[in-house]
Each structure stands twice: as C-alpha cells, then as structure tokens.
Design a protein around this ligand. Sequence first.
Ligand code: FUL
Length: 464
Amino acid sequence: MKILFALSLIVALSASAQVAPPRPLPPVPSPAQLAWQQLEYYAFLHFGMNTFTDHEWGEGRAHPDNFNPTAFDARQWARVVKAAGMRGIIITAKHHDGFCLWPSATTDYSVKASKWRDGKGDVLKELSAACQEFGLKFGVYISPWDRNHPLYGTPKYNAVYKAQWRELLTNYGEVFESWLDGANDGKKRMTYDFWGFFSTIKSLQPQTIIFSDAGPDIRWVGNEKGFAGETNWSPRDNEGTFPGFADEKQLNVGDENGTTWLPAECDVSIRPGWFYHANEDDKVKSVEQLMNIYYGSVGRNANLLLNLGVDRRGLINENDERRLLEFKAAREAEFSNKISVRRATASNVRGAAFNAAKAVDDNAQSYWATTDGVTEAALELDFGAEVELNRLLIQEHIALGQRVKKFSVSIWRNGAYENIASATTIGYKRLLRLPLVKTNKLKLTIEAAKASPMLNHLAVYRAP
Ligand code: FUL
C-alpha cells in the first residue's frame, strides 16, 4: 500500500511538474531590462558649472575656475544615497553648458581647466569608486546639447559626442544606465546621429540601459513630476520616434499593443530646480509629496529617479539628506506590517506548479498562472481571522510579458464581497492605497488580460 501510495504521489508530482509555463507574450524584457526594473529607486545627481553660477541651463561661457567645490566628497554622496535606500547614482557628467566633470580629451572645458585640485580632479573617478565601495550602481548623463563646444552645430560634433561616451564607458567601470535627452539648440540646431550614439554605447557596454524619449531600452515617462500614468504599459509603439520627439501622453501610459518593451522611468527633483540653489534650501519636497511620487512611480510600474542637486561645497545638502532618511523610514513603515495569509485559492489554476499559493510565497520566481485562454480569474486570500488592511502590492511575472488590463479588489463583508478598488494595469509592480478596512478575506479579480494572467506576488499590509 505504502509503495503504491508513494508511486502514485511521484506520478502526480511529475505530472504537475510537466504543466508547461505559459508561452511568452511579446514584447518581453531583456535580462538587462528586467534587472534594471528591479532597481526601482535610485538617485539623479545634478552637479556642475551651474551649481556655481546659480543657473539651470548655463550658456557654456562661465570660466572653468568657477567650478570649485570646497569640500568635495563623492563618498558622502554614496553614503547618503545608500542610507536613503536607493540603489544607484546617475551623475550629470556633462550638462547643456558643456562643462565636463571628467578630464575629457574632447574639450578644453572641463575639470582639467579648473583650479579644483590643480586641474587634476576627476569627479567621475571618485564617484564610480565610491559607488563600488557602497554597493551602488553607477550611471551617467551626457547632454548631447553642448553650448560650449566649438564644433556644436556641425556634423563633426556627432563624433565628439560619441568620443565622450567612449571615454566614459571605457574608463569608469560598469555603467548601469546611459542617460541622454534630445535637447537641441534653438538657433544652432544639430542633426544628431542618435542611432550612431546608441550603437557606440552598446558596442562598449552591451548591458547598459539607454534612457531617452525613444529608448532603446527605457523611456521617459513624459513629465518631470514623478508620475507614471495610472495605466502604464511597458510595451510601446516606438517606431518613428527619436529622442526629443516626446508624445507626453503616450510616454506616460505606453501602448497596450506596443511592439517594443520600453518601461518608463520617472525623473523628478527633490527641490524645484535640478541644480542646487541656496534659495531653495527650504523648498525640499515633503515626505507626503515624496510618498505620492513613490506610489505614482514605483507603484505604477515605473522606476523612480529622484534628483538631488549637490551643493557648492560638493556635498549633498543636509536638508535633502534629512528628508531622504525621513522618507525612507516612512516607506518602511508603509510595508513593515504584512498581513499573513492562511490560505490562497484561485478560480483557475494552470497546474500545481502554478497554484494560488505561488502568488503569496516569498519566491519571486514562482507565480500563479491560469490555463491558456483564461483571461478572467480571481485570487482569494483568507486571513483566517479578521484583520485591518489598507495597502496592496501586486506584481506580474513580466519576464513573460505584461498582460493584465483591468482588475478589482473586494473584501468580504456581511456575507458578500464588496468592491473597494478598481484599476487597470499592474506590470512589474502595482501599489494601491486602500481605505482602511476590516475583513477576513480579500479577493483580487482580474477582469481583463491580454493572455492568461501570471502573478508572482500579492501582498496586503496595514500601514500606519
Ligand atoms: C532635461 C534638461 O534640460 C534639464 O536641465 C534636466 O537636466 C533634466 C533632467 O533633463 O532634459
């Protein structure tokens, strides 16, 4: 009997293990795009000549000696960013004024020409080393628009700009993100060789994620306020687009049937300006504003690139540092009280390997999935007792494509399910702030999906 039982168990287990996962639904992310998405939150640092001239868009005429950070400390930047719970730093290696924070061979307008460290300083060298020391990713922004370079406006400038990328991508270790905009001069308009820029970048570091209005790896979210669309598809119709061509609405929501995987990044500054201005010391965004941004970006299937303007000392200002740490504590409080689930069940399950429990376990690789063709399904969480809850976290298994178009949340009250929220896309991560309710059961209903839905995470919290 025992042997028979064991045998049938083995047969049953291997049968369930044989249920194939759903087929990918193109477009799907590359491994590098997937790894990028998991970073969620990292820092933008605006620092350069503008810091010292109190400008946002310098004209490229300020004398290099203006650049003189008196207490420059890239390790302080990395320490603060790390303590804030951010996973990397993208630095403005060159902004529109053309001043390079590294001793570039492509121009006379750089740290090399300044008195700072007798012209021997290299911001990028110190920063990339500090990022490595603190376990942070290191990324760079080089503005194509250059208001100083004598060749700007001529086709020869394209080679200069490529050479700048070559220097950065050769001498400073791994660059996780290569950031560029489509900014162009109003009078001296340049025809940029964007496709040449991209291939230069990729030939040097194939794994780097290129950001622009048009990808090729990730897209601008269409505003500088930190908010992705409430509907936010990572697929996008990208054909015919280029950096500087910004359909803000489309960038904000993506395209349900887009053919390119192009997830959104939300860039926003902690202060009104991108660069440091002493008169904005009391204009650091509040924890509440930052939290709204967090729910509007990371909570809507986008990554958050939060900007800090390094000050004239060459330090992250203490006001920004304090706020970042308060924000980190507030975020931790939001998600520290996870409600335990006694039992998860689903209206449809593809097979034992894809059952409802896979959505509530802590294994990011396992997921609940339905049978092919089943695009409407519900997942029920039974807490085993009455609990209070007000936050929901949902993650799709995006490695096989983004699928969910519409879902709702209901709770068990007085013998029936009652709707408490409805929303559209999920994607890599969706966070919902729900009204504070008491219940012993919650139901997530997938109301529409492009193909069988797959969730690798569903969690419920009681936030303060
Ligand atoms: C824009 C620039 O024009 C702004 O100055 C800032 O750097 C922002 C992040 O990107 O394209």
